[in-house]
Design a binder for this molecule. Structure first.
Ligand code: SF4
Length: 320
């Protein structure tokens, strides 16, 4: 299975500035199936590490892409699956270092950091951003719906061991799911684990984008700030509420997506193929349009289709 194109963006990122994304694990191939995942449900839940995409092809594309863009702030290994599932991630990081001075960040759910080989593989990065979304085995199973071989305490121990041994910064992303992990009790438990792991920063997120399961709720910004204050000085809220409140920027590519959806209902794959966009970019544009109420989603025979409302001139003026 190939993910080509392997690069997307650069996309503006609140945390990472202009970030060139690298995606080398097939769509929704992941060790988790998080209820809040904005990419939908996991299609292949696995812990099998293999060369999901040829390392040489990934590096060649990164090299070509870098020739066509201004240097990004970060090259970010992330994408539409769990990047540490790729058995060649160490070679990809080393290869990027040979062709570029741009710092390399890895966004990972952290579930495989309990494995020595994975910790070694990721240690070549400049910045690692793993996740912790639950304070107990019970909520871990409920929120992350992990592969059966992943035990909660081992996963936490993997995060702790990685933090201890990694020379660079570790920013721990904690996703607070409204109606599930936003209780006093759960926050206390998560805080205990965060103290054990001792990351350089704690970044709080919540479901500001359409989650895989409708019951994965968004926590409002006031409550998130309260939780952040409780976590302490190195904690910040990174949830981007601008989309929720309709203030996000709108690009010409976003307008192309809207035009297409006004012509006919499309799935994410249809839009990506039609406009030559990476799936992750498409998801981002579609989400913005959903947030602005310019398109709607409906399920037909298990497939999510998006369609745009035809605008009147007055609506068009309001949008600007
Ligand atoms: S949020 Fe990340 S870790 Fe969770 S299912 Fe989606 S891709 Fe996997």
């Amino acid at each position: 299975m190939s993910n080509k194109p392997y690069t997307f963006g650069p996309v503006p990122s609140r945390r990472l500035g202009r970030s060139l994304g690298i995606d080398f694990v097939p769509f929704k191939t992941c060790t988790y199936d998080c209820i809040y995942c904005q990419l939908g449900r996991t299609t292949v839940k696995t812990v099998e590490r293999k060369e999901y995409a040829p390392v040489d092809a990934v590096l060649k594309e990164v090299e070509e892409k870098l020739k066509t863009i201004a240097p990004p702030d970060y090259i970010t290994l992330s994408g539409s699956g769990e990047p540490t599932l790729h058995s060649g991630i160490a070679d990809i990081i080393t290869g990027i270092r040979k062709i570029s001075d741009v710092p390399v960040a890895v966004l990972t759910n952290g579930s495989l950091l309990r494995i020595d080989e994975v910790r070694d593989a990721v240690s070549g990065a400049d910045l690692v951003i793993p996740s912790l979304d639950a304070g107990s085995e019970e909520t871990f199973l409920r929120v992350n719906r992990p592969h059966g071989s992943i035990a909660f305490q081992e996963m936490v121990e993997g995060l702790r061991t990685f933090r201890e041994g990694f020379r660079g910064p570790v920013w721990l992303e904690v996703f607070i799911t409204g109606g599930v992990t936003d209780t006093e009790d759960e926050i206390l438990k998560i805080k205990d684990l965060v103290d054990r792991i001792a990351p350089d920063r704690v970044q709080l997120n919540t479901a500001v984008r359409t989650p895989a399961e409708a019951y994965a709720g968004m926590v409002n910004s006031e409550r998130m700030e309260e939780i952040s204050a409780f976590f302490g000085r190195n904690c910040e809220v990174i949830a981007d509420y601008r989309g929720v409140h309709g203030h996000s920027e709108f690009t010409s590519t976003g307008e192309d997506v809207l035009e297409l959806l006004r012509l006919r209902p499309c799935s994410i794959d249809d839009i990506s193929a039609g406009l030559g966009l990476h799936r992750n970019e498409t998801v981002k544009y579609v989400q913005e349009l959903m947030d602005k109420g310019l398109i709607r989603m409906e399920e037909r025979r298990g497939k999510r289709l998006y369609s745009g409302h035809r605008m009147t001139t007055t609506e068009g003026e309001n949008e600007a």
